[in-house]
Design a protein around this ligand. Structure first.
Ligand code: NAD
Length: 318
């Protein structure tokens, strides 16, 4: 996966598309990142990001002076932008979820495979020290995984302006949050297939609102993966992922707190090393552009596998 010898080792010319919550955050990181120069940015809404700006994202994905593109639009727009960028010779770092349908995710994976260009998905857990710790630990035989998330309010406060998250066509916590934990389970336990999945909507099956509850049984090979997620309830916001092994089990709570048990009470794990960030994932993306490959950065193939599992909740699995 490389965009070849024409890319200077010191500077990758980056275009950024979508300047909302995530796009702004990554823009701030990328302008100070030694591997990148942000040469262009785009949003459909007029704004001044401090770099050359256009309201036409098509200009970025086809621009001759752009080597790589970071896409942080709402997910329904990822596929067309990513496919055009790849087919125009650009490496692509795309926000999760890859897309809003398996067909779009497949188009993206096909373009990545056929062009051979660097491709990555920004799953925030991919380079966490907690995740590396679990990946390297001796669990014995893995007997099961539990994923539990709950949200007092959906969308959450930090994304209150991202109104698409409340809609069924591209929002909902299954795509927005469960995708991270499906990615993590795929990474640690292997590719998932859906056995039984369902969601509830507060405005009924024919409404437009995103789900308020999701539950399911998936399997990573023989390993059962139980999912339970709810929104609009009295209680703390919670993100809990537990992997049960015969030798030891781990619980990752609220993204970064890792606990272990070898039979007794959960004990906190003292983690060392970098905890993972937009900065470190941009570094891994730069390495991928220069021909490297890291297990700590998700690629479109992983993004596709995640899409297959999460779309099963919406009854859209092929
Ligand atoms: N990796 C993570 O941890 C993480 C966290 C939050 C969000 N996300 C993902 O990032 C993406 C963006 O989420 P957000 O919270 O920033 O949403 P947002 O609504 O805050 O931002 C999206 C931006 O894209 C712009 N936009 C809409 N359509 C566009 C188009 N066709 N071309 C260019 N710009 C367009 C909007 O004007 C808006 O500024 C989503 O895929 C979301 O799932 C990832």
């Amino acid at each position: 996966m490389s965009i070849g010898k024409d890319v200077p080792m010191s500077e990758i010319r980056l275009g950024i598309i979508g300047l909302g919550v995530m796009g702004r955050r990554t823009l701030d990181v990328a302008v100070g990142h030694p591997d990148f120069t942000v040469v262009r940015a785009s949003d459909v809404t007029e704004t001044d990001p401090g770099v050359p700006f256009t309201t036409n994202p098509e200009e970025i994905v086809t621009a001759a002076d752009v080597d790589a593109v970071y896409i942080a639009t709402p997910p329904a727009f990822h596929a067309d932008l990513a496919v055009t960028a790849l087919r125009s010779g650009k490496a692509v770092f795309c926000e999760k979820p890859l897309a809003v349908s398996l067909a779009d995710a497949q188009r993206m994976l096909d373009a990545a495979t056929e062009t051979g260009l660097a491709n990555a998905v920004n799953f925030a857990l991919s380079d966490r020290n907690a995740v590396r710790y679990v990946a390297e630990a001796d669990l014995g035989t893995v007997r099961g995984v539990d994923i539990r998330t709950q949200f007092p309010r959906w969308p959450r406060d930090f994304q209150a302006t991202a109104t698409w998250l409340a809609g069924r066509d591209q929002g909902g916590f299954v795509r927005e949050v469960l995708s991270h934990f499906v990615y993590l389970t795929d990474r640690i336990a292997g590719p998932l297939t859906a056995v039984e999945t369902s969601v509830d909507y507060s405005d009924g099956p024919d409404g437009t609102g995103s789900e308020v509850a999701a539950r399911g049984l998936l399997r990573a090979g023989d390993v059962p993966v139980h999912v339970s997620a709810m929104s609009g309830l009295a209680g703390p916001e919670l993100y809990e992922w537990v992997i049960w092994g015969t030798r030891r089990s781990f619980m990752l709570r609220n993204w970064a707190q890792l606990f272990v048990t070898e039979g007794g009470e959960w004990q906190p794990v003292e983690l060392r090393g970098e905890s993972g960030s937009e900065h470190s994932r941009l570094t891994l993306f730069a390495e991928a552009i220069r021909g490297g490959k890291s297990a700590d950065l998700a690629d479109f193939a992983a993004g596709y596998r995640v899409q297959r599992a999460i779309e099963a909740f919406h009854g859209l699995q092929a």
